[in-house]
Write a protein of this length. Structure first.
Length: 551
């Protein structure tokens, strides 16, 4: 299989992310499926930043350790990555890098001086050098620049041309026979998916790694017909969102673990008042501040149990941009149909990762519209119905007195402490959980991959699915990925695990949270492979660890 890995490295402020995206688009325009992950410390300037791009003939959702091309803007990049650069092409900035003799080095200072170009265009020179070393036609590079570079395109092309002409071909990247796919980050896919599900308002306080979703929706709010608000803190975020929802506006909030901590009392209000609301939780390494710019899968238990009391919630954990788009749309529809909080549980790897989007996989999941009040007075906001879903009316509707209450209440929304009424309303709320579970059983909410008929399986969730799929294809194992985690799809997981004698959970946390959830539902997990250093699994690393676990 054609398989290429490129790393672009430098300091914060060097535009490494944008450089990585241009490299990603170059390989995309050669017909490859692409995946990019960015690694950066929580510094505004300095530190070591890099973008790792992998491109292959088949869809990819994970990185390998070995590198084919290393684009080094500084010495730190060589220090950190050259040891994994076996037989690779090193393209270096001769002004800042003391590179080995076999490196392809260019002087950015000389090139920029010749073109009277600002320092920010230096990355275009490095990309031009990479394109020549990889045998990518200059016309392809020029086309990518014109499509994906927002300004000063002609000057950047001239700078890239000077570098292109100074470098020799090192390793040709052969094109694949496939047109380019759309390329999106996970957060962009979540935002577009929620918009497709009818989202009208997004409320968030910036918190890595959810921040880029706020930026993306704010930049495109007019085109998407969406109101985007940045309140003063996370408590204000969820209270404002509850207010939007109570007025009939489809609303979502976005944050990470620390911000969600502040939202939990407001979430309980969402549950008691039966307000439809979508919450995007993008996980990073904790506890507390933890590693603000690194990934993790340690907030599953938190999301499943956050908030005092008992109320139903929907939780979906997509593994790539395709699933993020489809199930973010579904999350909005589910929240409004069932009048519950609906969680999109992502992580830094998914949120800030960049993926090829396969439009053939973009199948809409039609969960239907919310049940509206028929106009027959008197209106009871919490009317008890056989399925537990009360008809919706909103402020200002004729003959509808809408009472929303965080206190225990009766069907009309009037506060009560009567035991029978409290029990009735509790049963009413929880009955929606069973109804949702029954509806979800009509869809595929547990993905399987790898080899169908095998006695060993890998149980995973979220972004860990990518490396699991590749390892399973090498070692002939089965992959089981619950996509929905609440209501837990017990029947589908059991069916997916049929014939498996040894089930190994692969997770990005220290306490095997999915394994515990599966065990709680009677699904035996035999062993675990856990990673909790803030970095995602690479295919090579997981391959070694699965071999050890199965030997």
């Amino acid at each position: 299989m054609k398989d290429v890995t490129v790393i672009v490295g430098g300091k914060a402020g060097d535009g490494i992310n944008n450089a990585g995206l241009i490299v990603t688009q170059l390989l995309n325009h050669l017909g490859y499926y692409v995946y990019m992950d960015i690694d950066y410390p929580s510094l505004i300037r300095g530190g070591h930043n890099f973008a790792a791009v992998r491109a292959a003939e088949q869809p990819v959702m994970a990185l390998k350790k070995t590198i084919d091309f290393l684009i080094a803007l500084d010495q730190e990049t060589v220090h950190h990555h050259y040891n994994t650069c076996r037989d690779c092409a090193l393209i270096a900035n001769a002004d800042t890098v003391k590179s080995p003799k076999d490196a392809q080095a260019i002087s950015l200072k000389s090139i920029l001086a010749a073109e009277a170009a600002p320092p920010i265009t230096g990355n275009s020179a490095m990309i031009g050098a990479f394109a020549k070393a990889a045998g990518i036609p200059f016309a392809t590079m020029e086309d990518v620049f014109r499509r994906h570079m927002p300004k000063a395109v002609d000057q950047n092309i001239r700078v890239a041309r000077r570098a292109y002409d100074q470098i020799r071909l090192v390793r040709a990247v052969e094109p694949c026979n496939r047109p380019p796919y759309p390329v999106l980050s996970g957060n962009e896919a979540i935002g577009l998916g929620m918009a497709a599900g009818g989202l009208s308002a997004y409320v968030a306080y910036p918190m890595t790694p959810s921040s880029s979703l706020l930026h993306f929706l704010a930049e495109n709010a007019e085109q998407l017909g969406m109101t985007v608000v940045h309140p003063e803190n996370e408590i204000a975020v969820i209270l404002m969102a509850n207010g939007f929802s109570s007025a009939g506006i489809r609303t979502a909030v976005g944050t990470s673990g620390g911000g969600f901590c502040l939202m939990t009392e407001g979430l309980s209000l969402t549950g008691m008042a039966e307000l439809p609301l979508v919450l995007v939780i993008s996980q990073r390494t904790g506890p507390s501040t933890g590693l603000p710019t690194y990934t993790g899968q340690a907030d599953l238990r938190f999301v499943l149990h956050a908030g005092q009391g008992e109320f139903p919630r929907f939780v979906v954990a997509p593994s790539d941009a395709n699933e993020a788009y489809v199930w973010s749309a579904a999350a909005v529809r589910i929240a409004w149909k069932y009048q519950i909080p609906s969680f999109i549980l992502a992580d830094k790897t998914l949120s800030e990762g960049t993926y090829s989007l396969d439009l053939q996989k973009m199948e809409e999941i039609p969960f239907g519209e919310p049940r509206r009040w028929d106009g027959q007075a008197p209106y009871s906001r919490y009317q008890d119905t056989p399925e537990g879903i009360s008809p919706l009316a909103f402020y200002g509707e004729k003959d509808a007195v809408v009472k929303l209450n965080s206190y225990a209440h009766d069907e009309a929304g009037v506060s009560t402490e009567e035991a029978d009424l409290v029990a009735l309303m509790t049963r009413k709320r929880l009955s929606k959980w069973n109804l949702l579970a029954e509806e979800l059983d009509r869809y595929t909410v547990v993905n399987t991959g790898g080899i169908p008929d095998t006695a060993t399986g890998l149980l995973c969730w979220g972004s860990s699915r990518g490396p699991c799929e590749e390892v399973a294809s090498v070692l002939r194992l089965k992959v089981v990925q619950p996509l929905v985690l609440s209501p837990f799809p017990k029947k589908q997981v059991i069916a997916a695990c049929k014939g498996i004698d040894r089930l190994i959970a692969v997770e990005g946390n220290a306490t095997a949270q999915l394994a515990a959830l599966a065990t709680q539902h009677g699904i035996a997990v035999n062993s675990t492979i856990l990673k909790f250093d803030g970095r995602p699994f690479t295919v090579d690393e997981l391959l070694v660890r699965v071999r050890e676990a199965t030997s």
